[in-house]
Design a binder for this molecule. Structure first.
Ligand code: NAD
Ligand code: MLT
Length: 531
């Protein structure tokens, strides 16, 4: 059955069309919270911009929901803890509108500085007024940037070209990063004191809520100019309006508001001459709207088709440089987890995953998550994903350890998983051949060589003649095709061995019983490694 997607805000048709190629898509914009709560139970994914408020009540009614995709960067309209608790992937499209928001910030800053909207309005009224609109030059002035991330750093670069001095407050970036983008990092109070212009580019968090408030304004230079193209909640609008009225603030340019859409009666800037206001237009360019819609569509497709999502916000983000190295290993790690759960002969108490070779120098946490997803999926049936797998493992008291090593074994780049159960220890090694073909190369000390795909039979057995023949006879009689067969090697004299058989299809229970009844067969597990 095709997944059903609800698009609840105005999202570019390019992204919607991409989703339609894979799923059934309904576009229903401007719904009331009650209407959304009433229909959300039918959908597997929800795609929004900032208008839809995805509250915990809506999430509670979303019984089938697996993904919430936000066409844009800010996810403050989504109750992320509630979504995470339900294992719903929340993803955004953080890069598609960066340039649009950067350029809008600069457009606002320059309009405010040179009173362009006011002068335009005066011309529209038939006047020729050259006295009321004197501005200042930005050249030589100091621009204080709060939040030197994607947008903040680009604003810095562009305003450096206008010969402004750029300083920044961002406790989460390094001095080195500051140097790379030409921003001298300072503490918050120093930024407030030194800046002629202050522009904010942080997300809305408990730390940044009302960051631009009366106390902060009091520490600013007299005649400071402010820009907010980030989130309305980062400022106290009334405090800014008071500062504009008193002359402490010479100008303000505002694109975002604590409650949107902003009602006329809630707008403290109404009638003030030294303000430029836009109705949350930072991302409103053709390029940005297509960019975020297409990015979010790809994210939703990845999430629903079981691939890890690079832009998920409620799981560890994966930087592009890391993704390039680890992406080819995702399927392998997940399949190794699936084989692991079938190998285990008692509840698993600990998992240790070691990465060697190319994987030794990169972040591998996402691969361990993929391993855990593969491990837990067969026992929890479709309720495990890349968001909740580590949490579920913890709840089940599975101790997870990850390590990386430059010491290589037979294969230079490999993933080795050790599973400890109450009874035993198991070991699995997997690698990629030619950088793309996932193979299992060792199980419990036996050298093997098979692809973890389709349906696999894993059969530990006594090392004696005719084991293969007997299994093949039972399968042949049942009309089950054998696509490949591997007997382990490298453990001569141990008295036991393991067989991995790739079969075309699921195997009925009675045939499994017959296989288990073969003399010398210690166990037979049927493992579903289908996509
Ligand atoms: P980003 O995550 O790339 O950058 C945010 C930066 O803020 C990071 O460097 C982070 O370290 C810093 N930061 C976080 N907490 C901080 C704190 N307490 N003090 C100082 N710095 C802090 O985000 P971005 O893509 O640059 O977006 C920035 C903001 O712009 C977000 O709020 C986003 O929602 C908003 N945005 C608005 C529009 C619009 O239409 N107006 C469009 C796009 C983005
Ligand atoms: C964003 O967070 O991406 C912007 O505010 C734009 C939008 O809300 O669409």
């Amino acid at each position: 059955m095709a997944y059903k997607i609800l698009v609840s805000d105005d999202v570019s048709e390019k992204g919607v069309a991409l989703l339609r190629e894979h799923f059934d898509v309904d576009v229903k914009v401007n719904m009331t919270p009650e209407q959304l709560t009433g229909c959300i139970g039918d959908y597997d994914a929800l795609v929004t911009r900032s208008q839809t408020k995805v509250t915990k009540e809506i999430i509670a009614a979303a019984s089938k929901l697996k993904v919430i995709g936000r066409a844009g960067v800010g996810v403050d309209n989504i109750d992320i803890p509630a979504a995470t608790a339900r294992g719903i992937v929340v993803l955004n499209a953080p890069e598609g509108n960066t340039i649009a928001a950067t350029e809008h910030t600069i457009a606002l800053m320059m309009s405010m500085t040179r009173h362009i909207p006011q002068a335009h309005q005066s011309m529209q009224e038939g006047k020729w007024d050259r006295k009321s609109f004197d501005g200042i030059q930005v050249q030589g002035k100091t621009l204080g940037i709060i939040g030197v991330g994607r947008i903040g750093s680009r604003v810095a670069r562009r305003m450096q070209a206008m010969e402004m001095t750029t300083i920044g407050y961002d406790p989460y970036i390094s001095e080195e990063r500051g140097r790379q983008v030409g921003v001298e990092l300072v503490d918050f109070d120093t930024l407030l004191k030194r800046s002629d212009y202050i522009t904010i580019h942080t997300p809305l968090t408990s730390e940044t809520r009302q960051m631009l408030n009366a106390a902060a304004i009091a520490k600013m230079k007299d005649g400071v100019r402010l820009v907010n193209c980030a989130r309305g909640g980062c400022m106290d609008p009334q405090a800014i309006a008071d500062g504009l009225k008193s002359g402490k603030i010479a100008g303000a340019a505002i694109d975002v508001y604590p409650n949107e859409p902003l009602k006329k009666e809630d707008n403290p800037f109404l009638g003030l001459p030294n303000v430029v206001q836009t109705p949350h237009l930072g991302a409103s360019t053709v390029e940005a709207q297509i960019g975020v819609a297409v990015d979010v569509a790809y994210g939703v497709i990845d999430a629903l088709e079981g691939r890890p999502v690079m832009t998920a916000v409620n799981m560890a983000p994966i930087p592009k440089s890391v993704a390039t190295v680890i992406a080819p290993y995702f399927k392998l790690a997940e399949r190794m987890g699936t084989l692991g759960i079938y190998l285990a002969d008692a509840p698993i108490t600990a998992v240790e995953v070691e990465y060697t070779g190319d994987l030794a120098d990169t972040e591998t946490q996402a691969l361990t998550t993929a391993f855990l997803k593969g491990l837990l999926d067969p026992i929890l049936q479709d309720t495990v994903n890349f968001v909740n797998a580590p949490g579920i493992a913890k709840k089940r008291n599975i101790h997870v350890k990850e390590s990386r090593s430059h010491q290589t074994g037979y294969f230079t780049t490999a993933i080795t998983a050790k599973l400890t159960t109450a009874k035993n220890e198991h070991r699995l090694v997997g690698t990629l051949f030619d950088g793309k073909e996932a193979k299992i190369v060792e199980i419990d000390g036996y050298r093997v060589d098979f692809k973890p795909e389709g349906y696999l039979l894993l059969a530990p057995h006594i090392d004696q003649p005719n084991m293969i023949g007997q299994i093949a006879t039972v399968l042949g009689k049942a009309g089950i095709n054998i696509n490949g067969m591997q007997v382990g090697s490298g453990k001569a004299g141990r008295g036991t061995n393991i067989m991995a058989i790739a079969v075309g299809d699921d195997i009925p229970n009675d045939i499994m019983l017959q296989l288990r009844g073969i003399q010398g067969i210690l166990d037979v597990k049927l493992i579903n490694c289908e996509d």
